[in-house]
Design a binder for this molecule. Structure first.
Ligand SMILES: [Zn+2]
Length: 627
């Protein structure tokens, strides 16, 4: 019996057994034959009224096994007896008989269980009931209602097999329970060797074998981080070109495959122009003595009353929050608009004056913390009387990034906004962030969430019309994410898009912070670039080494509260000599790439990163000839 060569490549698939032999073999007790020499030997079983998560899981299993083996496993419901091996997907009659009830599991927990001639893939799923359909909320992404997060796709067209016929399904909402999907994706990844490095078909690694046997012991787990909001769309240059052309529907599937989304949480600016026009137009709420502002009089008791009422109505299911606000699940966000045109009344000004000593000289500061958090506290205190299990979400951001001088109400769930993309290279910003982050950890009794900035330097470049040096810091990112999870942070929202690999590593760490990042990177380069893996790995890690070395950011590019990204990029980062070295890795990779897939992957990475860098340097030298 010869074990397929693929086995040794899948470092994270120790349980995967793929045989390519021709002789008959016996299935040992804890082995399960899914496909035998191109013939399906198991049935995928769902309930006769499956959840959206079970529907997607069954299709994803069928599709990926078809791609791996060429064999199509039938999907049947539990209304009739089924003989032979079964893969039980989600709650159904057969899984219940074995004692597995997905709906009784905690949110996000899932089970993969091996029983004689049976595999169980199950978790708690959102159910398509009228009450669930009517749940109110304004989520962070995908649209303005929870219904918008449940995108509809034509499944077979999305996965590139339109010849199988039209099959429209509704995906489980990004923030809906979908434990069965988690179990299924875990199974496909760790037992069948599939890797979803991106949403496009060319960025998914699917092993090939005619016989697929899996073996293992039961697994019961949940993703470590409960809210995982990095719904990358490929709108930013690196990811876009690394992925290659993608459809929206492929991206929607990709988010589910990486277990992105999770718990219902939201926190972003709530008081803005539209809120003022539609909800707070009466003079009693308005900021005094300042024109054309979107701030309100946050010390006003009637404003507190009004916001408490909106929160109560939301949690009672009476009214959704005003358009543009953020509130989902147990969280109702209160975040002022993004400007400093605060109310000039005596009460507001006194609170603002009390915070003057809390200036840090950094973007994240505290001069308005006493002011803003006294308002948030006032709302939270009232809400607690009627809804003790609900939270007010607050961002700790900009002039109210530091905790206030007073205690924070126990039902205020704070999300510090942290400059994670500077941590490798900017001491002052890192220390300032860590100072306020740890103070919040000490101060908050409610769950802590984070808003992580990954939009520098790319956003500055896109707005300022220059090409930045790729700010790859995958190891530093993995380390800080691990720390956040170990500190019991409950969820993270990512602002901006990194390159596809750093993004992938983030999703994996969020799921399981114990993973070995170097092994994950090795596996990626081996599977993705094959013969060209070594130079591509050197190319990536060399960029990371350059980008993460503080010595490469001397003054005047290094400023106490930031980096001059434009002028540092092609002077002390992408120097002539370093560009020569990086170019030689790309040339070597192009020479070594042998299969069409390897060639395509090298080409895509060349377009995404290397061409970008060459153009960036050329453009810089053209406008700054003396360099
Ligand atoms: Zn005021």
């Amino acid at each position: 019996m010869k074990t397929c060569h693929l086995y040794s490549l899948f470092l994270f698939t120790p349980l995967l057994l793929i045989f390519s032999c021709l002789q008959i073999f016996a299935e040992s007790e804890n082995e399960f034959i899914i496909v035998d020499r191109g013939k399906p030997t198991a049935t995928i079983v769902v309930s006769s009224s499956p959840t959206p998560s079970a529907v997607l899981s069954a299709l994803e299993l069928q599709y990926h096994i078809l791609r791996i083996t060429g064999a199509e496993l039938p999907i049947k419901d539990d209304s009739k007896p089924i003989s032979g091996r079964k893969i039980l997907v989600g709650d159904n009659k057969f899984s219940a008989e074995l004692g597995f009830i997905g709906k009784n599991l905690p949110s996000q927990e899932y089970i993969i269980a091996f029983r004689p001639k049976t595999i169980v893939l199950i978790g708690k799923d959102w159910e398509n009931t009228e009450a669930n359909r009517h749940e109110l909320g304004r989520p962070m992404s995908c649209g303005s209602t929870l219904e918008d997060t449940r995108q509809k796709i034509d499944y077979w067209a999305t996965v590139g097999m339109p010849e199988r016929g039209k099959y429209e399904i509704e995906l489980p909402g990004v923030y809906d329970d979908q434990g069965t999907c988690y179990a299924t994706y875990h199974f496909l990844e760790h037992f069948c060797g599939v890797r979803w490095y991106g949403p496009s078909r060319t960025s998914i690694i699917i092993p090939k074998t005619k016989t697929l046997i899996v073996k293992g012991t039961d697994i019961r787990r949940a993703p470590a981080l409960k809210y995982r909001d990095a719904l990358w769309s490929g709108f930013w240059p690196f990811m876009q070109k690394q992925w290659g052309p993608v459809t929206r529907e492929e991206v929607y599937l990709f988010w589910r495959r990486l277990k992105l989304g999770g718990e219902k949480w939201a926190g972003n600016h709530t008081f803005h122009k539209q809120t003022l026009e539609n909800t707070f137009f009466e003079p009693e709420y308005q900021a005094k003595g300042v024109k054309n502002t979107t701030q309100l009089c946050y010390s006003s008791p009637v404003l507190v009353e009004k916001v408490v009422q909106i929160a109560q109505d939301f949690f009672d299911g009476k009214n959704n929050v005003p358009y543009g606000w953020k509130a989902v699940g147990n969280y109702f966000a209160i975040v002022p608009d993004d400007n400093l045109k605060f109310c000039q009344c005596d009460r507001c000004q006194e609170l603002l004056r009390s915070g003057r000593k809390m200036r840090t000289g950094q973007f994240s500061s505290g001069e308005a913390s006493n002011y803003i958090f006294s308002f948030i506290n006032a709302v939270a205190k009232e809400l607690h009387k009627t809804h003790p299990d609900k939270y007010i979400t607050a961002l700790a951001y900009w002039v109210y990034a530091l905790p206030p001088e007073f205690d924070i109400e126990p039902n205020v769930s704070v999300a510090p906004c942290l400059h994670t993309c500077y941590y490798a290279i900017h001491k002052e910003m890192y220390e300032n962030d860590m100072m306020l982050y740890h103070e919040w950890l000490k101060k908050c009794k409610a769950p802590i969430f984070l808003w992580n900035y990954y939009h520098h330097p790319m956003e500055a470049g896109l707005i300022g019309g220059f090409k930045c040096f790729p700010n790859i810091m995958v190891h530093k990112t993995a380390d800080i994410m691990r720390k956040f999870i170990n500190d019991s942070v409950r969820g993270i929202f990512i602002c901006g898009e990194q390159d596809m690999l750093e993004g992938y590593v983030i999703a994996k760490i969020w799921d399981d912070p114990s993973i070995d990042v170097d092994a994950l990177l090795d596996e990626f380069f081996t599977l993705y670039f094959g013969s060209a893996s070594e130079p591509m790995k050197q190319f990536y890690l060399t960029i990371e080494k350059i980008a993460c070395d503080p010595n490469n950011y001397p003054e005047p590019y290094y400023k106490k509260n930031g980096i001059d990204w434009k002028n540092v990029a092609w002077t002390t980062l992408g120097t002539e000599q370093r560009m020569e070295t990086l170019g030689s890795y790309i040339a070597e990779a192009e020479q070594l790439a042998s299969t069409p897939e390897e060639k395509l992957h090298v080409y895509q990475w060349r377009q995404a990163l290397w061409e970008w860098m060459c153009q960036g340097r050329q453009e810089y030298l053209k406008s700054n000839p003396k360099n």
